[in-house]
Design a protein around this ligand. Sequence first.
Ligand code: ADP
Length: 168
Amino acid sequence: MKVAVYPGSFDPITYGHLDIIHRGLKVFDKIIVAVLVNSSKKPLFSIEERKKMIREATKKIERVEVDSFQGLLIDYVHKRKANVILRGLRAISDFEYELKIASTNRILSEEVETLFLMTNHKHSFISSENVKEIAKYGADVRGLVPEHVAEALEAKFSESSIWTLDRE
Ligand code: ADP
């Protein structure tokens, strides 16, 4: 069975990520979407919230598992008996960052390959960062993320505005 690990922050999952999962399933028998527990980044959503949103977004897609991991990606890939890391490429601007990670992982393990898939051009400008930025100002992000994610963003930002008002 060909298994790929699709790692990332998914803070939150977008249509861009989902496009990569759909494309990946044409190549792999199973994709493990693995949320990285990264203490150096300050995420908007907790690991559990992110996993829940990914599960909801992929519930009609078979052959997808949602998980999270801590520590080195390569160790996680070995543990899960996968030998491919799946990553998405939007534009040339992603390339340098991705090359650095892929090359480091190659040094750490010769057996694991990184496979890049290109997203549909419709999704090439979507990132979790810009979705959060837009949602923060109350704009509708329904063209960029599934409905339940848009709702979660609305709830998160209305929570934080109440919090800000409380503190003022
Ligand atoms: P990370 O913090 O690891 O970059 P992200 O959740 O931002 O985590 O991205 C995970 C992977 O998904 C990366 O390979 C990234 O390039 C890819 N990705 C993110 N958004 C898109 C998109 N709109 N189209 C294609 N790939 C994407």
